[in-house]
Design a protein around this ligand. Structure first.
Ligand code: FES
Ligand SMILES: [Fe+2]
Length: 350
């Protein structure tokens, strides 16, 4: 078993097999079913839509008379995916042999089955999965527990924002393929250490010395402080960050969910492992204040992304080298990465 020492001053980073070994990759992925994942925001819902997140289990969301359901997306006849794209139809129909389901997942009809005995039964319904909504954001899971503790760090800090009223902006949608292991992308996200070296423009708008990293159970919060004259949140009276010029709250939740709050709204980034050395990065944008778009730390996200992908793909080539096994952490700048590696190797939160 890999140990990441709780004392960052003596700890070594994650061994390279976590980024390169097929069996290690598969065993880490199997643990994702116990976590909560982003399924969508209420402003982007159709009556039915497939869920696209790191859970490798076909699921869909349906909106049935105001109630949202998270259902299996696997047809109970011969296993075709029921829903392959968003639809506003009032029922679900499998494209293979025409079986239909109601939006709550119950079986409705099937051609050429009138002579089948003991049909339909409950086994012909689509099963449902755990789903939770927090301020308009929907989270799904397979066996996720304790949603309250999962969301509490976010609720405490940005629960005052009217997130449920944010509007989905399809022009902000991105879907990138990168040639790197998913955890290298997360490592890079969890430190601002590289900002002056990698992100020249972003470095101009953020106060590097004011950048902070906070750890909580199952996640990390990084706070970007605005340089003079750059946009920041107008925090409510009594807020714990009152008086600070906060340009961005960057939340990461294990394994690969990033909720980036800017004065203009929310950018959700999903890290979706495809294989041991291929990852999809999906962006969804939700606008709260149109007047703040294009300003400050959340202005040119495409450029920042390209700069990050360059270093992450470079690291993949490096960790595959026989010359590299593991490294060390900066105790002042890499506490978030250390925390992630502790979670990833199943060690208690200290
Ligand atoms: S697999 Fe869906 S109707 Fe046959
Ligand atoms: Fe970066």
């Amino acid at each position: 078993m890999t140990i990441i020492d709780p004392d960052i001053t003596v700890a070594q980073t994650l061994p390279s097999k976590f980024y390169t070994d097929q069996d290690t990759f598969k065993s880490i992925l199997s643990g994702f079913r116990e976590h909560w994942h982003f399924a969508g925001h209420v402003s982007q819902l159709s009556k039915s839509q497939p869920i696209d997140n790191p859970l490798r289990e076909p699921m869909l969301l349906t909106l049935d008379e105001g109630t949202v359901h998270c259902l299996s997306n696997v047809c109970t006849h011969r296993g075709m995916l029921v829903c392959t794209e968003s639809s506003n139809g009032r029922r679900l129909q499998c494209a293979y042999h025409g079986r239909t389901f109601n939006l709550d997942g119950t079986f409705r009809s099937m051609p050429e089955f009138s002579e089948v005995e003991n049909f339909p039964t409950l086994a012909d319904d689509l099963c449902s999965y755990p789903l939770e909504e927090w301020k308009g954001i929907l989270f799904n899971s397979i066996s996720g527990q304790n949603f309250g503790s999962f969301i509490s760090a976010i609720e405490d800090r940005v629960g005052w924002l009217p997130i449920e009223n944010f509007k989905h902006d399809s022009s902000r949608h991105r879907d990138y393929q990168i040639n790197a292991n998913w955890a290298l992308y997360v490592d890079n996200y969890l430190e601002g250490f590289h900002i002056p070296f990698v992100h020249g423009d972003l470095h101009q708008v953020l106060d590097y010395d004011g950048y902070t990293t906070e750890l909580f159970e199952g996640g990390v919060l990084q706070i970007g402080i605005a340089n003079e004259g750059e946009p920041h949140f107008d925090l409510p009276a009594g807020h714990q960050d009152e008086g600070k010029k906060i340009a961005a709250y960057y939340f990461w939740l294990y394994p690969g969910l990033m909720l980036n709050f800017y004065p203009w709204g929310l950018s959700v980034n999903l890290v979706i492992p495809e294989s041991v050395d291929k990852t999809r990065i999906v962006y969804h944008g939700f606008v709260g204040d149109e007047n703040q778009i294009g300003l400050g730390a959340g202005a040119d996200l495409d450029k920042v992304e390209e700069e990050d992908q360059f270093v992450v793909e470079g690291c993949q080539r490096g960790v595959e080298s026989q010359a590299y096994e593991r490294g060390r952490y900066s105790p002042t700048k890499e506490t978030g990465v250390h925390h992630f590696h502790r979670i990833m190797t199943g060690q208690p939160i200290s």
